[in-house]
Design a protein around this ligand. Structure first.
Ligand code: ATP
Ligand code: MG
Length: 488
């Protein structure tokens, strides 16, 4: 039987890979009962689980067992412990770690993180808008919270995230309230463990690791039926129920949402903004959607002054200094925020370099940056370890024919149809975040003070002093990193 194998691919379920998980599996001395799959990434699969001690839902992130994935998971734990200590009141827009342990299975020892249960990631939110972008007032609110989290990480803790992208920023709840387990309050899958073999868990310090037992089939089967019927994480074909099974399930735990008056009043305008043609429950949930998102996936976080592991950033969100092999620091995250903000507002990647191989892709990426943002200062273009392979002595990008007229403002107005004022205001917010010179990018706190965000909420105050500037950041030369492979 296929276990936990979905989009992440069964090829990664061998030795050193993901841990095969079944619905109903128990973890950490039977404390956590797996309910359904929430997501997956390069390093891990993430599961909705019921905490039988505290009687609440949590997210169980199970890392792949190979050494480098283990290191990443341990780095995430270490980072989140620093965050938790510095943010006891949970005000800083960073995901919270609740527990951690090691689980031993057929593919090795897996570091497991128990995280507060959050909702959909921003990629899912983008998909909800059918690739047409999210209304600007929502983008502002989301950006506010991302920058709030970054201000805390950079300004107070001297931590770089290094992998900001929509998949790693989570809403507090699911877009569809009917699918949010937190609205349920009770476990979908019973925590009974009669007849189960001992479960292999230990603290993440690595001691006391024992072997995983087989899981009880009856429980797994039952769990799968119930969890899937509730519509939670139904993306894996193997996990989908047959029509027959669905037909016998009844939902008693949730009522349908209805259109609110305020929403109806704004409906025509919303439809224009969102590009959806008819009122629906899908839209009604957006009116009340909580956008206080949190930054997640801290596995690649770097602690200043220096504690580096791995290459940084996922390719579309890479800043010029990363592409060029130049020193980087907190401004690298700020660049990624610019890419994310554009993507949220337009539904399109800001930079989507396409090429046959890595070298071509870097050239293509730099070419797109120059087309959109103007000439790259020669000091930046020629300042990196790989610059000479890419730019001639005059600072011209080699092997790329620059297209003219593809400026940011043209894109916003002509391609994406923003009204002149919206386009101008958004451009004014974006351009500084995307400054080619890292030190000239605003800090997260400075970006928070930008007038474009004025229309957004002011529920939280920036933590760091207004005197803080990017110039004070420690700059990390790329050659001090232990780069294994380009993170894509
Ligand atoms: P990456 O490939 O970005 O390195 P990863 O393996 O480190 O990913 P995460 O990004 O932490 O894994 O999680 C993968 C996905 O699981 C997220 O995009 C999100 O959809 C879901 N997820 C993670 N943590 C939670 C949580 N606490 N609550 C709800 N969903 C979560
Ligand atoms: Mg991730």
């Amino acid at each position: 039987m296929a276990r936990g194998k979905g989009e992440e691919g069964s090829v990664n379920y061998g030795q050193g890979g993901y841990h095969p998980v079944d619905i109903g599996d128990l973890f950490n001395n039977e404390r956590y009962v797996v309910q359904s799959k929430l997501g997956w990434g390069t390093y891990s699969t993430v599961w909705l689980a019921w905490d039988t001690q505290l009687n609440k839902y949590v997210a169980l992130k199970i890392s792949r067992s190979k050494d480098n994935f283990t290191e990443t998971a341990l780095n995430e734990i270490r980072t989140l412990k620093v965050v938790a200590q510095a943010d006891p009141e949970d005000k800083e827009c960073i995901i919270k770690l609740l527990d951690d342990f090691i689980h031993t299975g057929p593919n090795g020892n897996h570091v497991c993180l128990v995280l507060e249960l959050l909702g959909d990631n921003l990629r899912t939110l983008l998909k909800h808008y059918s690739g047409k972008g999210i209304p600007l007032h929502m983008v502002k609110e989301i950006c506010f919270h991302i920058l709030r989290g970054l201000d805390f990480l950079h300004g107070k803790l001297s931590i770089l995230h290094t992998d900001l992208k929509p998949e790693n920023i989570l809403l507090p709840s699911t877009i569809d309230p009917e699918k949010d387990p937190k609205n349920l309050g009770v476990p979908l899958i019973p925590s009974s463990n009669k007849g189960k073999s001992p479960i292999a868990t230990s603290s993440s310090s690595g001691s006391n690791i024992c072997k995983t037992g087989n899981q009880q089939m009856g429980l797994k089967h039952k769990g799968k039926l119930v969890a899937q019927d509730c519509g939670i994480a139904a993306k894996d074909k193997e996990e989908k129920l047959g029509v027959e099974a669905r037909a016998v399930q009844t939902r008693t735990w949730s009522s349908k949402t209805s259109l609110s008056g305020a929403w109806e009043g704004n409906l025509a305008q919303k439809i224009r903004e969102v590009g959806i043609n008819s009122p629906s429950e899908k839209q009604s949930s957006m009116a009340s959607l909580d956008l206080k998102c949190k930054i997640a996936d801290m596995g690649n976080a770097l602690h200043l002054p220096i504690n580096l592991m791995g290459p940084i950033q996922t390719f579309r969100y890479k800043c010029p200094e990363t592409l060029l092999g130049s020193p980087f620091s907190t401004p690298a995250d700020i660049w990624s925020v610019g890419c994310i903000a554009f993507e949220l507002a337009t539904g399109h990647f800001l930079f989507n370099p396409r090429a046959e191989n890595d070298q071509e892709r870097v050239v293509n990426h730099l070419g797109l940056m120059i087309e959109l943002l103007g000439a790259m200062p020669i000091g930046v273009a020629r300042g990196g370890k790989v610059s000479r392979d890419l730019f001639d002595k005059k600072g011209n990008l080699e092997g790329y024919i620059l297209k003219s007229g593809n400026t940011l403002i043209n894109l916003l107005r002509d391609k994406f149809g923003f009204a002149k004022k919206d386009a101008d205001d958004f451009r004014d917010f974006l351009v500084p975040l995307l400054h080619f010179v890292p030190k000239k990018r605003p800090t997260a706190m400075q970006a928070l003070l930008h007038p474009w965000l004025d229309a957004g909420p002011r529920l939280l105050q920036p933590s760091s002093s207004a005197a803080q500037t990017q110039q004070s950041d420690e700059v990390i030369p790329v050659d001090k990193t232990t780069v294994e492979s380009e993170r894509i």
